[in-house]
Write a protein that binds this ligand. Structure first.
Ligand code: 13P
Length: 250
């Protein structure tokens, strides 16, 4: 899958009943028949099929927000990667901090999910990020290194992978790291990926955490920032589209 810059992904989280989800997808579909960059939306499981149908004549990519590590079986309440693909998803977010911290997901589990997602042909958007306590304790770098090392399977290539740096303390808070910090971290992540994966320097790196139309241009102009992963501001078609435009997308 080719991912032209800017890569702008919207994580709807647990938001959207059918009517509003389809209205949002429809409003984006009108703007995104052809795109110079990459625009993706990640609705809740219940809307993936309907949203994928709604945007099928456009360049918009649809993905899930999580998947199980097994393809099928007695796992009440879970959704597998082949099920996501069957519903029309082309991608899946894994390791989001709300899964890591709210549901106790470990790097080992995320790595297993990663394998399952790739086996189903899904693009993986792997999220990593430090908590505020880790940030204040000066443990940010070691945390990110550990998360990358623990959740990337051995022997993978750069294709089908996007890494999103989302500091936990910036998610939904209106706070973001400074531009210098984001640039420095993304540069380090690029170097780490190049060391770990053959061709890893080509993996798109997204920043996520309180991205809005007002700060999107500055963030996406930074070196080693290939795009953004947007939460709250992706629930409004106008803001989401203006974030995409702020990154140079048309
Ligand atoms: P906000 O943009 O609402 O801070 O959320 C970011 C996020 O968690 C995207 O995955």
């Amino acid at each position: 899958m080719r991912l032209d810059r800017p890569v702008v992904f919207g994580n709807w989280k647990m938001n959207g009943l059918r009517a509003e989800g389809l209205a949002l997808a429809g409003a984006l579909a009108e703007r995104a028949v052809r795109l110079t960059g990459t625009l993706g939306i990640f609705p809740p499981f219940t809307l993936i099929h309907a949203v994928a149908q709604r945007v099928k004549d456009t360049a918009i990519l649809v993905g899930g927000q999580d998947c199980h590590e097994r393809a099928s079986g007695a796992f009440t309440g879970c959704v597998s990667a082949p099920m996501l693909a069957d519903a029309g998803a082309k991608a899946v977010i894994l390791g989001h901090s709300e899964r890591r911290h709210g549901f106790g997901e470990t790097d080992a589990l995320i790595r297993a999910k990663f394998r399952a997602a790739r086996a189903a042909g899904l693009l993986v958007v792997l999220c990593i990020g430090e908590t505020e306590a880790e940030y204040l304790a000066g443990e940010r770098r070691s945390r990110l290194v550990a998360q990358l090392a623990g959740s990337l399977p051995e022997g993978i290539g750069p294709e089908g992978l996007v890494v999103a740096y989302e500091p936990v303390w910036a998610i939904g808070t209106g706070r973001t790291p400074s531009s210098d910090e984001i640039r420095a971290i993304h540069g380090e992540l690029r170097a780490l990926l190049a060391k770990r994966i053959v061709g890893g320097e080509a993996v798109p790196l997204l920043y996520g955490g309180s991205v809005k139309p007002e700060n999107a241009a500055e963030i996406m102009a930074l070196s080693d920032v290939d795009g953004v992963l947007v939460g709250g501001a992706s629930l409004d078609a106008r803001s989401f589209w203006s974030i995409y435009r702020a990154g140079g997308g048309a």
